[in-house]
Design a protein around this ligand. Structure first.
Ligand code: NAD
Length: 506
């Protein structure tokens, strides 16, 4: 462990705890009960929020339903909707520091990455604003001389948005501006572990002039808030990002009213490393892919599939780079990897690693909690485990920590079989200088995103989502926008040519 690069605690005056309230029909609402978030890195209370119950969730859904029916937003022009979304983007950029600090204190992620996440989210709002003016259907002028058919797009209605703790502001921005651009009204529930940046978003929405009731926020837990948001008859769609287990519960809850469900769930994302790859770039991308956000990313590249001939050399490169990655105080602008979200999760990560070792895997690096000077032990060492068999839990399940698993292959067919031998299908990547190898992999790998000679690059224009148990539906891009639109056919007779059904002389 002494060879790792650790940033101990820096001097920093922590702010007073943030006070979060629900946002319902344009008003900030308290609850009798509150819940606290203790910073995973600093161990102090950083936010105190109103704890939602069924009654307040019901009020929020009613507000969204009422606002949708009123039409101030749902029937507003694309131009007017876009103007509000563009204002929100400007306000996000003006408030990056304030939001990023809370995000880091609640999640444990490095401040530099919170700044990137919050500032970068503005671009999602700008892109969604451009889409607000593009929603259109099609027309059919070939149905006969007396008929005209027009297919129009309507906002789907009231949307429940339920988000996780790992990228609270970014994931909210992958959903909310697209739903608003479509004309929907919404109820949002952030994770109970990272509620504050969503409350701050609510403040920005009001400042930007979003009409009351169009976006409502309820703070609290999956039970009862998220559960009611998923089953309520007045909700038309639920869009959820989180664990596959909770995604399945949401699908069940939504089935009572057959509402639309969009799910962004877990992943066990592989990168295949071919012998002809640029190994220096590949090793750096693998290191980034596994430690970014402490491996607490749906898109973490938590397993690599390396050609046998280069496996030892490649693992040595990744281990050497892992020792240089800066772990420690998330408030230090120089830190690259911060804290683990909860003590229980830290223990769970370790359980996966110890079980793999007990089953005969080789620990190349790390393998235990990481004490950081002045901050305690809610950190985990950068960990590389080789000699893993595809059937081990560490190779199949989402560890959600800074833990890389190494599998090996001999032929491309074998690498593709290992890639697809997973319940998940969120993303996959390949490193090779041969375009034919890359394209064959890209066409046969079962995943919503394929990266070739890169990892985790994303753009608002491209769709995002998974296959198999990584989810259903797509986010961002034009496909993500379409998820929030319903299709309606207008069948119109031109002139008075209709033949009566009832014969008048019968
Ligand atoms: P989680 O499933 O525990 O919680 C997510 C949200 O669901 C929280 O707001 C939680 O309060 C709520 N919730 C819990 N139980 C509920 C219920 N019964 N009904 C309705 N809502 C309920 O997930 P998490 O631990 O916050 O996040 C980590 C998970 O999210 C990982 O599995 C990760 O892969 C996944 N994730 C996926 C993506 C993606 O885009 N595919 C992105 C980020 C995270």
């Amino acid at each position: 462990m002494k060879d790792l690069t650790i940033n101990n605690a820096i001097e920093f005056d922590l702010p007073a705890p943030f006070i979060g309230r629900h946002l319902i029909a344009g008003e900030w609402v308290e609850s009798a009960e509150t819940f606290e978030r203790v910073s995973p890195s600093h161990g102090t209370v950083v936010s105190v929020c109103a704890k939602g119950d069924e009654a307040v969730t019901e009020k929020a859904i009613n507000a969204a339903r009422g606002a949708f029916a009123a039409g101030t937003w749902s029937r507003a022009s694309g131009k007017d909707r876009a103007a509000v979304l563009l204002k929100v983007a400007d306000l996000i950029e003006a408030n990056v520091e304030r939001i990023a600090l809370l995000e880091t204190l609640e999640s444990g992620k490095p401040i530099s990455q919170s700044r990137g996440e919050v500032g970068g989210a503005a671009d999602l709002w700008r892109y969604a604003a451009s889409l607000a003016r593009t929603a259109h259907g099609d027309s059919h002028n070939t149905l006969g001389a007396d008929m005209l058919g027009v297919v129009v797009k309507d906002p789907i209605g009231v949307v429940s948005i339920i988000t996780p703790w790992n990228f609270p502001f970014w994931i909210l921005s992958q959903k909310l501006p697209f739903a608003l651009a479509a004309g929907c009204t919404v109820v949002v529930k952030p994770s109970e572990m990272t509620p504050s940046s969503t409350v701050m978003m609510g403040e920005l929405l009001l400042e930007a002039g979003l009409p009351a009731g169009v976006c409502n926020i309820v703070l609290g837990y999956g039970q009862p808030v998220g559960s009611l948001m998923s089953s309520h008859k007045d909700v038309d769609m639920v869009t959820f990002t989180g664990s596959t287990a909770v995604g399945k519960l949401i699908t069940q809850a939504a089935s009572g009213t057959l509402k639309k469900v969009a799910l962004e769930l877990g992943g066990k994302n592989p990168q295949v490393i071919c012998p002809d790859a640029d190994l220096e770039s590949a090793a750096d991308a693998v290191t980034f892919g596994v430690y970014f956000n402490v491996g607490q990313c749906c898109n973490s590249s938590s397993r690599i599939i390396v050609h046998e001939d280069i496996a030892a050399d490649f693992v040595a490169r990744v281990v050497a780079l892992s020792r240089k990655v800066k772990f420690g105080d998330p408030l230090d602008p120089d830190t690259q990897v911060g804290a683990i979200v909860t003590a229980e999760h830290n223990a769970k990560i370790d359980t996966y690693v110890q079980a793999a070792i007990a089953e005969g895997a080789t620990l190349e690096l790390g393998g235990s909690v990481l004490p950081v000077g002045g901050l305690g032990e809610q950190f985990y060492q950068p960990t590389v485990v080789s000699g893993v068999s595809p059937s081990m839990a560490i190779a199949r399940e989402e560890v959600f920590g800074p833990v890389l698993v190494v599998l090996t292959y001999r032929t491309l067919d074998e690498a593709i079989t290992l890639t697809n031998d997973s319940d998940y299908g969120l993303s996959a990547g390949i490193w090779s200088e041969n375009i034919h190898t890359c394209l064959e992999f890209a066409r046969r790998a079962q995943a919503g995103t394929i990266w070739t000679n890169t990892w985790m690059d994303g753009y608002p224009e491209l769709s995002f989502g998974g296959v198999k148990q990584s989810g259903q539906g797509r986010e961002i891009g034009h496909y993500g926008f379409e998820e929030f639109l319903e299709v309606k056919s207008l069948v119109m007779r031109v002139g008075r040519s209709r033949t009566p059904w009832v014969k008048q002389d019968a």
